[in-house]
Design a protein around this ligand. Structure first.
Ligand code: ADP
Length: 175
């Protein structure tokens, strides 16, 4: 049985141990999936983000922090920051995106998370090319799962059809 599943829809509705937020370095909320998570999750998540910010000054690109799930069906929200796509040093941006997935999974493991859902980090406002991001996301998750049996299920939650089709195609070809 496969431990990776692709879903189409809104990540804020999922009843999993943790959903991942494509946050920004301020941790103060933003648009896209970040806005949706804070709207639905309520003020507690933002309060916890502010406390983390006061302690460590936000979250660097590629790093991850964790809060409760507030009013969401998820127990935790793991906030990670993907890179903003730009014209320079694409290899470095690839590494930062891979770090965002890997550090989110490592944090999940520390909190005994067994089911986790990812949005397509960096592929919205941050403009990372979707096929390139999907390759990185799948590679990092597959590598992690090979080494870590305690994570039972990873969902890739695709909001748009292009990402959904990309993930379906890539995962089908690798199973
Ligand atoms: P980033 O700034 O990292 O690009 P965005 O939130 O703009 O973050 O986009 C990341 C991905 O999340 C995009 O593919 C976008 O379509 C998707 N997205 C937006 N809202 C939701 C949601 N409610 N559930 C799941 N994915 C979402």
């Amino acid at each position: 049985m496969t431990r990776i599943e692709v879903l189409r829809g809104d990540i804020t509705t999922l009843a999993v141990d943790a959903i991942v937020n494509a946050a920004n370095t301020s941790l103060l909320g933003g648009g896209g999936v970040d806005g949706a998570i804070h709207r639905k999750g309520g003020p507690k998540i933002l309060e916890e983000c502010k406390a983390i910010r006061n302690r460590q000054g936000g979250c660097a690109t590629g790093e991850a922090v964790i809060t409760s799930g507030g009013n969401l069906n998820a127990k935790f929200v793991i906030h990670t920051v993907g890179p903003v796509w730009s014209g320079v040093d694409h290899g470095k941006l690839d590494v930062l995106l891979a770090n965002a997935y890997r550090n989110s999974l490592a944090l999940a493991l520390q909190h005994n998370v067994t089911t986790i859902a990812f949005p397509n980090i960096s592929t919205g406002i941050y403009g990372f090319p979707k096929p390139r991001a999907a390759e990185i996301a799948i590679r990092e998750v597959q590598n992690f799962l090979t080494k870590q049996p305690t994570i039972a299920k990873v969902f890739f939650v695709c909001f748009d059809e292009e990402n959904f089709d990309l993930y379906e195609t890539l995962l089908t070809s690798r199973r």
